[in-house]
Write a protein that binds this ligand. Sequence first.
Ligand SMILES: Nc1ncnc2c1ncn2[C@@H]1O[C@H](COP(=O)(O)OP(=O)(O)OP(=O)(O)O)[C@@H](O)[C@H]1O
Length: 261
Amino acid sequence: MERNDSRFVHVVASVYIYPNLHPLTTQYPVELINIRHHYTTVRILSDVSLAFAPECITAILGKSGSGKSTLLQIINGMIRPDQGEVKIFGKPIDYGNIQAMRLQIGYVVQQVGLFPHLTIYENIALLGKIAHRPTDVIRKRVEQLMNMVQLPLLHLDKYPYQLSGGEQQRAGLCRAMLLEPPVLLMDEPFASLDYETKHSIYDHLIDIQKSEPRTILLVSHDWEEAQILADRFVLLEHGKIKTTGDKATIEQTKYNYTSRK
Ligand SMILES: Nc1ncnc2c1ncn2[C@@H]1O[C@H](COP(=O)(O)OP(=O)(O)OP(=O)(O)O)[C@@H](O)[C@H]1O
């Protein structure tokens, strides 16, 4: 039986469920069922079925162009797949009411995407305002998050250009976590950072995950990053699931995968 046989759902890691025998339940915060997607005539994702375990960090690994970012954008509803279904906490995405679902899903990208005309406070607090949270509650949460990632509070009134790349990335992380989303999608968030800054943010992320466990899907092509941060992983190759596994198997998979001709 091929591992990427679309009749099977890969439950990360390495447990396979036959949907007809064990209907998927809401125990999985994010489920992908037979996802297929094309850009123009090129197929980017083929029959991807996955169920992501709750409160774990799952790395989505694969070479450039393997479809990792497309998969993440399908999960947060930015892209509607040509075929298949995405379920968030057991419910299929309602594309007519995407905003409500987005409040449950934080999204962090490499380019950070802080608004240049807003202060760091205003950037981090933005979703709180949109969700009509009381100002004092938002302020408290912003300060709590900044403390968690060790971003000095004196940066609150600064503009993004006045912060370093690593500080901006931490502010982006705070913004994504403001509403305590149970699911956090991260698309190569640390790729542009230097080694030391990256490692210091890894430490903060591990600490945050201990105090506020959430389901994190981390797109990366960095096996070392996956080894440090991830509990589980999915390896994509040409838009298909090559394999899935847990932390203990990342190193061997990396060796097998990267030493191939
Ligand atoms: N909007 C688009 N229109 C057409 N093709 C696209 C679009 N977005 C991505 N692609 C193509 O789809 C393929 C998969 O892209 P995707 O960004 O999902 O891969 P990736 O694994 O995240 O790559 P990378 O690691 O380089 O970011 C690539 O060949 C890319 O050129």
